[in-house]
Design a protein around this ligand. Structure first.
Ligand code: PMP
Ligand code: GLN
Length: 386
């Protein structure tokens, strides 16, 4: 770097490489079983792959329309109606993006002005705060209560003021695996009613809830839906995190602003994947309906395998993550403990402190159970020895 170029001008001075990349790299380096970064170690439905191949050989290899394939958006519009009795116009209220990550970035850039305050519930998924900072917004962090990881509504109420422009919501919640109840939607509606707050709701785990629980999409609450940008992703739902196809659903005026950003971030999302997903949704919808059972079995298996270990599980109602406290094993900080777990025991997990600005000393790590049975068995065997 030439000496007259200042290195102090980073737009994200506190940001390093994302914890998911760091932990996966460390897992690979030490040949550890990787329960850190959230992705399945099993394949997606082979029919999906055939559909991508067909889309490519049928010539769907040029730019998709900027807002996404209309057929896919229309299917999403119907599904959103079926699942949450929500009404989104395919033409003007649904946009396909390159993963939920792109939708989150575009929604935040479109809504947050410099100096605006944005409420972020902590622990928070790691892309939220940098996106807010890039738009010049000020993140206002509100912690979940420990160990239940419920929203403390009085704290949210106290954080709101006339500068509050956006609140970020994530249910089912990464990393804690907690979900919102319908009472949470009611309280939120009451709190934001007389404000200009826009809600950006990250619902990428909307189909992974356990024990008969229902997903509380902001789209199913007509009053909240009017001020919400609801974001989801096919990555989790179809076991295809590497395809990076997500979407944002929002009232037309908000979608118009969203698309102003999206068109200059990626312009459009990969065409053959959109065709394949649309074909799949038309033909194989029952796969989505069984997703809850599929992951509940994995959660239960992992919990059963971990019985007799010195890790204590925290409640997990959704997502494919299980938090566990290691307070009975060590009083090291979680980042130190997670590194040692990889080096000495051959299992990678995510330290939950990575989701906080000022991490509390809770001694909790996150395990991803979106793994083959044999992976979970092998990991638990190592973890039980600690
Ligand atoms: N939000 C949350 C809470 C996530 O866990 C993830 C990733 N797994 C994303 C957003 C990003 O989704 P995508 O991979 O579709 O960009
Ligand atoms: N969402 C995934 C997780 O929480 C990881 C996504 C990523 O690696 N960016 O582990």
């Amino acid at each position: 770097m030439p000496p007259h170029i200042s290195l102090n001008r980073s737009k994200l001075p506190e940001v390093g490489t994302t914890i998911f990349t760091v932990m996966s790299a460390l897992a690979n380096k030490h040949n550890a079983i990787n329960l850190s970064q959230g992705f399945p170690d099993f394949g997606c439905d082979p029919k999906l792959i055939q559909k991508v191949q067909r889309a490519m050989s049928d010539g769907h290899n040029q730019y998709a329309p900027m807002p996404g394939l209309l057929r896919l958006r229309s299917l999403l519009s119907n599904l959103q109606n079926e699942w949450y009795q929500a009404h989104y116009e395919a033409e003007t209220e649904i946009t396909i993006s390159s993963g939920a990550t792109e939708s989150l970035m575009c929604a935040i850039q479109a809504m947050v002005h410099p100096g605006d305050e944005v409420i972020v519930i902590e622990p928070a998924y790691d892309s939220y705060i940098p996106a807010i900072q890039l738009s010049g917004g000020i993140p206002i962090r509100v912690p979940l209560t420990y160990p239940t990881y419920r929203v403390d509504w009085e704290k949210i109420r106290a954080a709101i003021n006339p500068k509050t422009r956006v609140m970020l919501i994530n249910t089912p919640h990464n990393p804690t695996g907690t979900i919102w109840e319908d009472s949470d939607l009611e309280i939120l509606a009451e709190i934001v009613r007389d404000t200009e707050i826009i809600l950006i709701s990250d619902e990428v785990y909307e189909h992974i809830l356990f024990d008969g629980k229902q997903h509380q999409s902001l789209s199913r609450h007509p009053e909240l839906a009017k001020r919400s940008m609801v974001i989801s992703s096919f990555g989790k739902t179809l076991h295809t995190t590497g395809w990076k196809v997500g979407y944002c659903m929002a009232p037309a005026e908000l979608t118009k602003e969203f698309r102003k950003v999206h068109q200059f971030v990626t312009f459009s999302t990969s065409t053959p994947f959109q065709h394949a997903i649309a074909d799949y949704l038309e033909e194989e919808l029952e796969q989505l309906i069984t997703l809850k059972d599929f992951y509940q079995q994995k959660r239960d298996l992992f919990l059963q395998l971990m019985e007799g270990s010195r890790f204590q599980p925290l409640a997990c109602q959704g997502t494919y993550f299980q938090l566990m406290t290691y307070a009975d094993i060590s009083d090291e900080e979680d980042a130190v403990f997670a590194q040692r777990l990889i080096r000495e025991y051959g299992v990678a997990a995510i330290p939950v402190s990575a989701f906080y600005h000022h991490p509390p000393d809770h001694r909790v790590v996150r395990f991803c159970f979106a793994k083959k049975e044999e992976t979970l068995v092998a990991a638990a065997e190592k973890l039980r020895k600690i």
